[in-house]
Design a protein around this ligand. Structure first.
Ligand SMILES: Nc1ncnc2c1ncn2[C@@H]1O[C@H](COP(=O)(O)OP(=O)(O)OP(=O)(O)O)[C@@H](O)[C@H]1O
Ligand SMILES: [Mg+2]
Length: 515
């Protein structure tokens, strides 16, 4: 190759390189820059040339650079040259960014030069940070989910016993004590509920809904909760896609976010609720781990309050993280919001700075299927429905839960056969021909799990209805197995009224379908 063609080619390679390449002389003065460097730092080519390279570094490195270079030339002691490492760059607009810098040394016509190759690490760093954050949330979720599960069992025992006691209590003046105890237990159940929501183990009853409709109905309730010096505005996308989510949970998400906003606006302000259709491409998703590219419905709640510092923002989704005084906040509001978004196949993000207000965004996947799941009516005041002396086979491994279950069911006017696990239950089914219903826990140790038992009953005793109980939502999902079996589930902890209703429903539904 001819000499001048060769140098033309070298120059073209330099200009075309994806990474920034900058050459300095032995005094640190810039000799050459390529197109990528111009783009990366935001200066014109002329602004680089004949200037000391330190203007591309933040302090303290900028002031130290000359001395560092001189020391290297004198002693040969090196920190970057020939090695490379991660450093920070300073753009023309004053912002800094992480970059990997590798420097090599060469000589031309007896003079020493250094050339640096700079690789922008911004998006890689962001992805790493997001990964760490999401792994951390995952770990905390597993921990809290486990604790909440145990608490559910304890609360089942407590509320159950209190209810039995209250039925037998003759002296009305003592009822007050019981009521206090029951309220405390209900408060506990509320906390575990939110913990389970964070751990993505809520029992969700998703429906195809338009978030706009939910926002419209929640708005008047919000106005009452937030008081007069907060203006509520909405900006709703009229062509908003439907989403498959639990509407009750969406309401509680909105309420949680609105209460947070109120707490951040002690002197009043503005609350804005927005909905939008949004399509995430893989570029965005890269920085937000756990979100698949695709179409989402976004719900944003913004306020003009005091905002969050970086430290608060980074921890706000974690359970029990609160900056509120004791007794004012439990630190579970945003955790519940985050867990709900994740469990619904979406994501949640926070944009906030001190003094600049806050925006919390929830993304849930757009619904574009055809099957509308059956709507489940929610009822708050259930009546106790007693049985007709039917026989119920109880399967429960936890002895305390078992004891309380037995007395609760007996008090509803049923006869009981009690077993400790799936194997015993299968034997009991063989030995008794008068069983009207199988009531089983889902998570049980031993060879026969709750799922196995249910399958066994459906196959061998199709005339016997089954009611399952569990504290976990994921048990119920169980690889989609149970959903296809179409068996009723009673979520722990449950009230006597819930139990009585589910038992009666299960017994009668089967009868009808057999008649
Ligand atoms: N809109 C907001 N503006 C400013 N800070 C907020 C906002 N929302 C949340 N935060 C900060 O995040 C923390 C955690 O919020 P989160 O809702 O999880 O718990 P909490 O409100 O403190 O308690 P809880 O919701 O359980 O009553 C808050 O204590 C607050 O410091
Ligand atoms: Mg809150």
């Amino acid at each position: 190759m001819e000499k001048n063609i060769q140098s033309e080619m070298l120059e073209a390679i330099l200009e075309a390189a994806v990474d920034a390449i900058i050459t300095i002389d032995s005094n640190g003065v810039v000799q050459t820059v390529n197109q990528s460097a111009i783009k990366l730092f935001g200066y014109e080519r002329e602004q680089f040339l004949n200037r000391n390279i330190s203007f591309l570094m933040p302090e303290p490195w900028a002031s130290e650079h000359d001395a560092y270079l001189a020391k290297y030339q004198k002693t040969g002691e090196r920190k970057i040259i020939g090695i490379g490492r991660e450093v920070e760059g300073l753009r023309t607009d004053g912002t800094t960014f992480p970059m990997h810098l590798s420097v090599s040394e060469f000589e031309v016509s007896g003079k020493t030069y250094y050339t640096g190759i700079l690789h922008d690490m911004t998006s890689r760093k962001r992805a790493e940070d997001a990964l760490h954050r999401s792994q951390r949330m995952e770990a905390i979720g597993q921990l809290t989910g486990g604790i909440a599960h145990d608490f559910n069992n304890l609360l089942t025992i407590i509320t159950g016993n209190l209810e039995l006691l209250s039925m037998r209590l003759e002296d009305d003046s003592h009822k007050e004590f019981l009521n206090d105890a029951r309220e405390a237990a209900e408060h506990g159940a509320d906390l575990t509920e939110r913990l389970l929501a964070f751990a993505r183990r809520s029992v969700l009853t998703p429906e195809v809904v338009n978030l706009n409709t939910i926002i419209k109905t929640t708005k008047s309730m919000l106005a009452r909760t937030l008081g007069e010096n907060i203006d509520i505005e909405t900006s709703l996308d009229h062509g908003l896609w439907d989403a498959l989510v639990d509407p009750g949970q969406i309401e509680s998400v909105i309420l949680n976010l609105a209460v947070n906003a109120r707490d951040a606006m002690t002197n009043g302000g503005k609350l804005l609720i927005e909905t939008k259709n949004i399509q995430f491409d893989s570029k965005y998703v890269e920085t937000e781990i756990g979100l698949k590219p695709g179409r989402y419905v976004s719900l944003s709640v913004s306020d003009t309050g005091h905002g969050m510092s970086e430290a608060v923002r980074d921890n706000a989704f974690e359970p029990f993280f609160t900056t509120k005084e004791k007794g004012r906040g439990t630190g579970l509001g945003l955790s519940m919001v985050y867990g709900f978004a994740k469990q619904s196949g979406g994501h949640a993000t926070i944009y906030s700075e001190l003094g600049m207000g806050s925006t919390i965004n929830i993304y849930v996947p757009r619904y574009d299927g055809i099957d509308q799941p059956k709507k489940v009516a929610r009822r708050d005041d259930l009546e106790i429905v007693s049985g007709n002396n039917e026989t119920i086979l109880i399967v429960e491994d936890d002895p305390k839960v078992r004891a309380i279950t037995v007395s609760r069911i007996k008090s509803l006017n049923y006869k009981v056969i009690v077993t400790n696990n799936g194997t015993e239950a299968i034997a009991a089914l063989q030995n008794h021909n008068n069983i009207d219903l199988v009531f089983t826990d889902l998570v049980m140790p031993g060879d026969v799990s709750g799922y196995d038992l249910v399958e066994h009953v459906l196959e061998n005793f199709p005339q016997i209805p089954v009611l399952m109980t569990s504290g976990y939502a994921e048990d119920l999902l169980g690889n989609g197995k149970l959903a296809s079996l179409n068996v009723e589930l009673l979520r722990k902890p449950y009230r006597q009224a819930d139990l009585s209703e589910k038992l009666s429903e299960a017994i009668h539904s089967k009868r009808k379908s057999i008649d």
